[in-house]
Design a protein around this ligand. Structure first.
Ligand code: 5RP
Length: 222
Protein backbone atom coordinates (compact mmCIF):
# COMPACT_ATOMS: atom_id res chain seq x y z
CA UNK A 1 0.00 0.00 0.00
CA UNK A 2 1.42 3.41 -0.93
CA UNK A 3 1.59 6.15 1.65
CA UNK A 4 -1.13 7.99 -0.26
CA UNK A 5 -3.46 4.94 -0.19
CA UNK A 6 -2.80 4.59 3.53
CA UNK A 7 -3.67 8.27 4.06
CA UNK A 8 -6.89 7.81 2.12
CA UNK A 9 -7.79 4.75 4.24
CA UNK A 10 -7.25 6.76 7.44
CA UNK A 11 -9.38 9.59 6.04
CA UNK A 12 -12.17 7.15 5.15
CA UNK A 13 -12.06 5.72 8.68
CA UNK A 14 -12.45 9.22 10.14
CA UNK A 15 -15.76 9.68 8.35
CA UNK A 16 -17.26 7.00 10.62
CA UNK A 17 -16.54 9.26 13.60
CA UNK A 18 -18.20 12.35 12.20
CA UNK A 19 -21.74 11.01 12.54
CA UNK A 20 -24.15 13.73 11.56
CA UNK A 21 -22.16 16.51 13.28
CA UNK A 22 -23.46 19.79 11.84
CA UNK A 23 -20.02 21.48 11.93
CA UNK A 24 -16.61 19.84 11.46
CA UNK A 25 -13.15 21.41 11.74
CA UNK A 26 -10.71 20.60 8.94
CA UNK A 27 -6.92 20.67 9.09
CA UNK A 28 -4.54 21.05 6.18
CA UNK A 29 -2.52 18.67 4.02
CA UNK A 30 -2.80 15.75 1.65
CA UNK A 31 -4.54 13.45 4.17
CA UNK A 32 -7.19 16.05 4.94
CA UNK A 33 -7.61 16.63 1.20
CA UNK A 34 -8.64 12.96 0.92
CA UNK A 35 -11.15 13.48 3.71
CA UNK A 36 -12.73 16.48 1.99
CA UNK A 37 -12.96 14.59 -1.30
CA UNK A 38 -14.42 11.45 0.29
CA UNK A 39 -16.97 13.40 2.32
CA UNK A 40 -18.09 15.42 -0.70
CA UNK A 41 -18.50 12.15 -2.65
CA UNK A 42 -20.65 10.66 0.16
CA UNK A 43 -22.86 13.71 0.07
CA UNK A 44 -23.14 13.57 -3.73
CA UNK A 45 -24.27 9.96 -3.55
CA UNK A 46 -26.91 10.85 -0.94
CA UNK A 47 -25.30 8.81 1.86
CA UNK A 48 -25.03 11.73 4.28
CA UNK A 49 -25.74 15.40 4.62
CA UNK A 50 -23.07 18.02 4.20
CA UNK A 51 -21.63 19.40 7.45
CA UNK A 52 -20.62 23.03 7.61
CA UNK A 53 -16.88 23.50 8.00
CA UNK A 54 -14.37 25.46 10.04
CA UNK A 55 -11.10 25.67 8.16
CA UNK A 56 -7.50 25.85 9.38
CA UNK A 57 -5.99 27.49 6.29
CA UNK A 58 -6.67 29.32 3.05
CA UNK A 59 -5.73 26.18 1.07
CA UNK A 60 -8.25 24.05 2.92
CA UNK A 61 -10.90 26.76 2.61
CA UNK A 62 -10.49 26.78 -1.17
CA UNK A 63 -10.91 22.99 -1.32
CA UNK A 64 -13.91 23.03 1.00
CA UNK A 65 -15.64 25.69 -1.07
CA UNK A 66 -14.93 23.66 -4.25
CA UNK A 67 -16.53 20.66 -2.55
CA UNK A 68 -19.69 22.65 -1.78
CA UNK A 69 -19.12 23.05 1.97
CA UNK A 70 -20.24 26.21 3.77
CA UNK A 71 -17.14 27.54 5.53
CA UNK A 72 -17.84 29.26 8.86
CA UNK A 73 -15.68 31.70 10.77
CA UNK A 74 -14.44 30.03 13.95
CA UNK A 75 -15.53 33.11 15.90
CA UNK A 76 -19.14 32.46 14.89
CA UNK A 77 -19.13 28.83 16.06
CA UNK A 78 -19.87 28.61 19.78
CA UNK A 79 -19.02 24.91 20.00
CA UNK A 80 -16.95 22.73 17.69
CA UNK A 81 -17.31 19.04 18.45
CA UNK A 82 -14.73 17.53 16.09
CA UNK A 83 -11.53 18.60 14.36
CA UNK A 84 -9.74 16.27 11.92
CA UNK A 85 -6.17 16.85 10.78
CA UNK A 86 -3.00 15.08 9.70
CA UNK A 87 0.41 15.22 11.36
CA UNK A 88 4.08 14.99 10.52
CA UNK A 89 4.75 12.66 13.48
CA UNK A 90 2.86 11.14 16.40
CA UNK A 91 4.26 9.44 19.49
CA UNK A 92 2.75 6.93 21.96
CA UNK A 93 1.23 9.66 24.16
CA UNK A 94 -0.49 11.11 21.03
CA UNK A 95 1.54 14.32 21.09
CA UNK A 96 2.20 15.41 17.51
CA UNK A 97 4.44 17.53 15.39
CA UNK A 98 2.69 19.52 12.68
CA UNK A 99 3.39 22.36 10.30
CA UNK A 100 5.09 20.59 7.40
CA UNK A 101 2.49 22.35 5.26
CA UNK A 102 3.08 25.70 7.03
CA UNK A 103 -0.47 25.87 8.41
CA UNK A 104 0.42 25.19 12.05
CA UNK A 105 -1.02 28.41 13.51
CA UNK A 106 -4.52 27.99 12.08
CA UNK A 107 -4.35 24.29 12.87
CA UNK A 108 -3.45 24.87 16.52
CA UNK A 109 -6.22 27.45 16.92
CA UNK A 110 -8.95 25.22 15.51
CA UNK A 111 -7.66 22.04 17.17
CA UNK A 112 -7.64 23.78 20.55
CA UNK A 113 -11.20 25.02 20.06
CA UNK A 114 -12.52 21.53 19.32
CA UNK A 115 -13.80 19.07 21.88
CA UNK A 116 -12.29 16.10 20.04
CA UNK A 117 -9.22 16.02 17.80
CA UNK A 118 -8.99 13.08 15.42
CA UNK A 119 -5.59 12.76 13.74
CA UNK A 120 -5.36 10.89 10.42
CA UNK A 121 -1.98 9.61 9.23
CA UNK A 122 -0.19 6.90 7.31
CA UNK A 123 2.14 4.60 9.23
CA UNK A 124 5.31 6.52 8.25
CA UNK A 125 4.24 9.13 10.85
CA UNK A 126 4.50 6.84 13.88
CA UNK A 127 7.61 7.41 16.04
CA UNK A 128 8.77 6.64 19.57
CA UNK A 129 10.16 10.14 20.11
CA UNK A 130 9.20 13.29 18.17
CA UNK A 131 11.86 15.30 16.37
CA UNK A 132 13.08 13.18 13.47
CA UNK A 133 10.94 15.38 11.24
CA UNK A 134 12.34 18.93 11.56
CA UNK A 135 10.13 20.89 13.94
CA UNK A 136 8.28 23.84 12.32
CA UNK A 137 8.17 27.07 14.35
CA UNK A 138 6.29 30.13 13.04
CA UNK A 139 8.02 33.40 13.95
CA UNK A 140 7.31 37.12 13.51
CA UNK A 141 9.95 38.30 11.00
CA UNK A 142 11.57 40.96 13.24
CA UNK A 143 12.36 38.29 15.84
CA UNK A 144 13.88 35.64 13.59
CA UNK A 145 17.52 36.16 14.60
CA UNK A 146 16.86 36.19 18.33
CA UNK A 147 14.48 33.21 18.12
CA UNK A 148 17.08 31.30 16.08
CA UNK A 149 19.65 31.90 18.86
CA UNK A 150 17.22 30.62 21.50
CA UNK A 151 16.36 27.55 19.41
CA UNK A 152 20.11 26.82 19.10
CA UNK A 153 20.42 27.13 22.89
CA UNK A 154 17.79 24.39 23.12
CA UNK A 155 20.04 22.14 21.04
CA UNK A 156 18.29 22.56 17.69
CA UNK A 157 19.56 23.67 14.30
CA UNK A 158 16.93 26.09 12.90
CA UNK A 159 16.77 26.51 9.11
CA UNK A 160 14.64 29.29 7.69
CA UNK A 161 12.10 27.81 5.23
CA UNK A 162 13.16 29.56 2.04
CA UNK A 163 10.68 31.61 0.02
CA UNK A 164 7.85 31.07 2.48
CA UNK A 165 5.70 33.66 4.19
CA UNK A 166 2.74 32.26 6.10
CA UNK A 167 -0.81 33.49 5.62
CA UNK A 168 -0.26 35.56 8.79
CA UNK A 169 2.83 37.29 7.32
CA UNK A 170 5.42 35.32 9.30
CA UNK A 171 8.42 33.09 8.59
CA UNK A 172 8.94 29.44 9.51
CA UNK A 173 11.99 27.78 10.98
CA UNK A 174 12.39 24.04 10.51
CA UNK A 175 14.37 22.99 13.55
CA UNK A 176 16.61 19.98 12.95
CA UNK A 177 18.26 17.78 15.52
CA UNK A 178 15.82 18.05 18.42
CA UNK A 179 15.00 14.86 20.28
CA UNK A 180 11.66 15.84 21.85
CA UNK A 181 11.43 13.48 24.80
CA UNK A 182 9.17 15.81 26.82
CA UNK A 183 6.89 17.41 24.18
CA UNK A 184 4.80 19.48 26.61
CA UNK A 185 7.81 21.17 28.25
CA UNK A 186 9.52 21.92 24.92
CA UNK A 187 6.28 23.27 23.41
CA UNK A 188 5.79 25.65 26.36
CA UNK A 189 9.45 26.68 26.30
CA UNK A 190 9.44 27.49 22.57
CA UNK A 191 6.08 29.28 22.68
CA UNK A 192 7.40 31.46 25.53
CA UNK A 193 10.13 32.91 23.27
CA UNK A 194 9.15 36.48 22.30
CA UNK A 195 8.32 36.53 18.59
CA UNK A 196 7.29 32.88 18.36
CA UNK A 197 3.72 32.68 17.12
CA UNK A 198 3.30 28.91 17.13
CA UNK A 199 5.47 25.90 17.83
CA UNK A 200 4.64 22.82 15.74
CA UNK A 201 4.50 20.55 18.80
CA UNK A 202 0.89 19.70 19.64
CA UNK A 203 1.17 18.41 23.20
CA UNK A 204 -1.02 20.84 25.16
CA UNK A 205 -3.67 20.05 22.57
CA UNK A 206 -2.68 16.56 21.51
CA UNK A 207 -4.84 14.14 19.52
CA UNK A 208 -7.63 12.28 21.28
CA UNK A 209 -7.61 9.57 18.63
CA UNK A 210 -5.09 8.72 15.92
CA UNK A 211 -6.29 6.71 12.91
CA UNK A 212 -3.24 5.24 11.20
CA UNK A 213 -3.60 3.71 7.74
CA UNK A 214 -1.15 0.96 6.70
CA UNK A 215 -0.87 -2.25 4.63
CA UNK A 216 -2.78 -4.11 7.28
CA UNK A 217 -5.72 -1.70 7.57
CA UNK A 218 -6.47 1.22 9.86
CA UNK A 219 -5.26 1.06 13.44
CA UNK A 220 -6.63 3.20 16.26
CA UNK A 221 -4.51 4.76 19.01
CA UNK A 222 -6.16 6.43 21.99
C1 5RP B 1 0.22 21.10 7.66
C2 5RP B 1 0.33 19.93 8.55
C3 5RP B 1 -0.06 18.60 8.01
O1 5RP B 1 -1.06 18.06 8.80
C4 5RP B 1 1.13 17.68 8.03
O2 5RP B 1 2.20 18.30 7.34
C5 5RP B 1 0.79 16.35 7.38
O3 5RP B 1 0.54 16.53 6.03
P1 5RP B 1 0.09 15.36 5.07
O4 5RP B 1 -1.32 15.00 5.44
O5 5RP B 1 0.20 15.97 3.69
O6 5RP B 1 1.05 14.21 5.26
O7 5RP B 1 0.68 20.02 9.70
O8 5RP B 1 0.70 22.27 8.28
Amino acid sequence: MSSDTAKRAAAAAAIEYLGEEPVVGFGTGSTVNHLIELLAAEVDSGRRSLPAAVSSSQRTTALLLDGGFAVLDLNDVPQLAIYVDGADEFEPGLALTKGGGAALTGEKIVATAAQTFICIVDDSKRVDVLGGFPLPVEVIPMAHASVARQLRDLGGDPKLRQGLITEYGNVIFDVHGLRIVDPLTIELEIEAMPGVVTCGIFAQRRADLVLMGSDTGVREFR
